[in-house]
Design a protein around this ligand. Structure first.
Ligand SMILES: Cc1cc2nc3c(=O)[nH]c(=O)nc-3n(C[C@H](O)[C@H](O)[C@H](O)COP(=O)(O)O)c2cc1C
Length: 334
């Protein structure tokens, strides 16, 4: 077994199990919820460095976090060393616990601009970016990568070496190439090969949907820590299960808490808009889900929505969706 991440020392304890950043999902509300539900650290969805530097209101708003989320990282993406460095300073001034860089986004518009996974094609330039950002930061700098650009240029080990030399605190590896997108399976053998030789902690990521899988990856020494993304939407209790906390799988309580946090952080109208998609995901695979989805999207306001959601989830018994074989969120920004 590889040692856990001890970056935050006594303050937060060792870290093994993190929530993966997901655009449109990992906002202040869902991060707060999932921290309460056992994730040991959280990272924001990707934020545009240019947007932060320009002072765009929307991007600034996306940077907000709650004290209860700590340790919380803010993830940024961009193609300019100057803007990325400036944005890192803004994140630091906001009080985040670490700055994370997105080197894994496969989306065409992002990589064509030289951001996200495009950096993996130029490890030397990537090193220049990391050096510049490290010089500007007192808080830790972390990165999240793919295994490489494509099958013929798998270079996670090289990128990790560069990152370690530049003083990066950990590297999260989504075990697919950029070219793979979300197809195929994450290459955990490669993650293991990189992790056992790495001088800094490696966070393995990709396709973990059960607590047993997460525990297995740690017990068998695949990585120092693991990140769970889509699996936490299929099963929001996954972190509690991993930690042996015997969750109650009480959907009514979960839904009520999600509503309360959303209203607290977003106000009723924005909460209303964002909750619908979460409710649809939570309902996936259960009897009556499609009629429920229709009823969600025809709800006029948040109280009607809550009423319908509670009615639906009161008769749902949680069942693991690990083996339903259904493709789920086959696209994203990392
Ligand atoms: C909808 C969606 C949005 C995502 N957004 C981000 C993001 O903003 N930043 C990032 O580094 N990765 C992002 N990812 C990638 C995830 O963090 C993770 O690497 C990927 O989903 C594989 O892990 P999983 O199988 O546990 O979900 C996203 C993934 C999805 C499905």
């Amino acid at each position: 077994m590889l040692p856990p991440i001890s970056l935050f020392g006594e303050r937060f304890g060792p870290i093994r199990y993190l929530m993966a950043p997901m655009a449109g999902i990992s906002d202040i509300v869902f991060r707060s919820l999932i921290r309460e539900m056992g994730a040991q650290a959280v990272v924001s969805e990707l934020l545009s460095a240019e947007g932060l530097v320009r002072g765009g209101e929307k991007t600034r708003d996306m940077m907000r976090f709650d004290e209860s989320e700590r340790p919380v990282g803010i993830q940024i993406f961009g193609s300019s060393i100057a803007s990325m460095t400036e944005a890192a300073k803004i994140v630091q001034a906001e009080g985040a616990d670490f700055v994370d860089i997105n080197f894994g986004c496969p989306v065409k518009k992002v990589v064509c601009d030289g951001a996200g996974a495009a950096w993996l094609k130029e490890p030397q330039k990537l090193g220049e970016l990391l050096t510049s950002m490290k010089q500007a930061l007192r808080i830790p700098l972390t990165i999240k990568i793919r295994t490489g650009w494509d099958e013929s240029s798998i270079n996670a080990a090289e990128v990790v070496k560069v990152a370690a030399e530049c003083g990066v605190s950990w590297v999260a590896i989504h075990g697919r190439t950029r070219a793979q997108g979300y197809s195929g399976l994450a290459d955990w053998e490669l993650i293991r090969q990189v992790a056992v030789k790495s001088p800094i902690p490696i966070i393995g990521n990709g396709d973990i949907i059960t607590a047993d899988q997460a525990i297995h990856r740690i017990d068998q020494g695949y990585a120092h820590a693991v990140m769970v993304g889509r699996g936490a939407l299929k099963n929001p209790w996954i972190f509690q299960q991993i930690l042996g906390q015997n969750p109650d799988f009480d959907f009514v309580q979960l839904v009520n808490r999600h509503f309360d946090l959303a209203i607290q952080h977003r106000g009723k109208f924005r909460a209303f808009l964002s909750l619908k998609k979460f409710l649809a995901w939570y309902a996936t695979g259960y009897q009556g889900a499609s009629a429920f989805r229709q009823s969600i999207f025809s709800s006029e306001d948040i109280e009607v929505l809550r009423g319908r959601a509670l009615e639906f989830f009161a008769q749902v018994n949680f069942r693991p969706k690990s083996d339903d074989g259904q493709p789920f969120l086959m696209g994203g920004h990392g």
